[in-house]
Design a protein around this ligand. Structure first.
Ligand code: GAL
Length: 417
């Protein structure tokens, strides 16, 4: 090849690289995915963005459930140093959008036809005054029970379907010298267990009345007393080292068979998968006792903050596009333990727990059993849910407090605005 041709070709190649570099932007992403399965999922998102030629600037804030991350985010935004994208969910998206700090990503949503790809219950949460301001990554189910097959075999116990069976299994595990319930004593984890007990004891309609509509009659009624009695009984089967324990360390106890069961959302499955464990063979996923006909949904999403830099705004839009792509929806959710939020995804690579979750998500949307997770910020304002969460934890941690006293505290916490 003549030298002039070689020279021209190298010019073109350099131009292409420069154009690519010129196009490249940076997206700083604030999130709280630091456990084994969570970190693998965040890495999938990072790889997806980098494949588009952009830089992922990681800003991970440790602390399951995200309370720490939201505190850090608030201080960054107040000091005028917002990240480009942040893991914000549910009604909190409306609260942030109301502050005028979130970018409108309607152009991406329209180009990618999100309205036809998302369940309306999800699309509505991602919008502020009709405009998309966040991209959803998944649908987590929160009302799960995770059981160690080895522990249940050793105890000769049966995976429970209702609370009576739950306590029979707990007694058998205890007798076999196994910690019946793996729990992490942190407010959000106590609240996660509480909402599954409320759903299992009271049913979906009671759950909606009490924890979504915050109806004082439901909050102060006999069903809530029964919920709190059951909740406190669950506590009696946890171990003395539970206070302060991170959720994924509780999951690790079930993975190792040191504990028999954990009540937790299916991000726990991300830990089993990251540890090479298989549903059916090593562990069992079952609806939390009494909740098989219900589904507490928790949708993770990334809100996009207003940016001045054009290249970074483009990178932000490319991140939003990537998040809803079929490839990302598959690889992320296989690692995360959740199911794709995008409709009509091929679930061939997903395991039986995910397939059960996907079927139940559709079935409960029809039978009225689909309810927003209150513990994970899907239903009520963050001030109110924070106050209820604290009242619930106070009861969990105070063995002298009666269910009636706790009920009064929760009912008044529900009035916090
Ligand atoms: C939830 C979040 C999940 C999961 C969990 C534990 O609030 O939506 O993605 O990571 O916290 O950190």
């Amino acid at each position: 090849m003549k030298s002039t041709q070689l020279f021209q070709r190298s010019i073109l190649a350099t131009a292409a690289v420069l154009a690519f570099a010129a196009h490249a932007g940076e997206v700083e992403v604030l999130h709280y995915w630091t456990s084994g399965g969570e970190a693998k999922s965040a890495a999938a998102l990072k790889a997806t963005l980098q494949a588009k030629g952009h830089v992922w600037k990681d800003f991970a804030v440790a602390g399951g459930g995200g309370d720490n991350a939201m505190t850090v985010l608030k201080s960054r935004v107040v000091s005028g140093n917002a990240p480009a994208a942040a893991q914000i969910k549910g009604p909190a998206l409306q609260e942030w959008a109301g502050e005028g700090v979130l970018a409108n990503i309607d152009d991406v949503a329209k180009a990618e036809k999100w309205d036809s790809l998302l369940p309306p219950v999800v699309a509505n949460v991602m919008k502020y005054k009709g405009n998309y301001i966040a991209a959803p990554v998944n649908v987590h189910r929160v009302n799960w029970l995770w059981a160690s097959n080895a522990a249940f075999k050793k105890a000769g116990a049966k995976v429970p379907t209702n609370w009576d069976e739950f306590f029979v299994a707990a007694e058998a595990l205890k007798k076999a010298g196994i910690i019946p319930v793996a729990h992490g004593g942190q407010n959000w984890q106590d609240f996660t267990t509480f909402e599954s007990v409320a759903l299992g004891v009271g049913g979906a309609d009671f759950y909606k009345q009490a924890l979504v509509q915050l109806d004082q009659g439901a909050l102060t009624g006999a069903t809530m007393t029964k919920v709190l009695d059951t909740f406190k009984k669950v506590k009696s089967y946890t171990d003395k080292n539970a206070p302060g324990r991170d959720w994924n360390l509780a999951t690790a106890m079930v993975i190792k068979g040191e504990a028999g069961m954990q009540l937790m959302g299916d991000w726990a499955k991300g830990e089993f998968v990251a540890a090479g464990k298989k549903p059916g063979a090593d562990f069992t996923c079952a609806a939390a006792p009494g909740t098989a006909k219900s589904f507490t949904f928790n949708v993770d999403s990334f809100a996009m903050f207003k940016l001045k830099n054009e290249a970074n705004s483009q990178a932000q839009k490319d991140l939003a596009t990537a998040i809803m792509s079929t490839d990302f929806q598959e690889v992320f959710n296989l690692n995360k333990g959740s199911i794709p939020v995008r409709l009509n995804m091929n679930l061939a690579k997903f395991d039986d727990c995910a397939k059960l979750s996907a079927n139940d998500f559709v079935a409960t949307a029809k039978n009225g059993g689909l309810v927003p997770s209150v513990a994970h910020g899907m239903a009520i304002g963050s001030a109110t849910s924070g106050a209820i969460q604290d009242a619930v934890s106070q009861f969990w941690n105070d063995d002298k407090m009666s269910s009636k006293d706790a009920q009064a505290k929760i009912a008044s916490a529900a009035k916090v605005k």
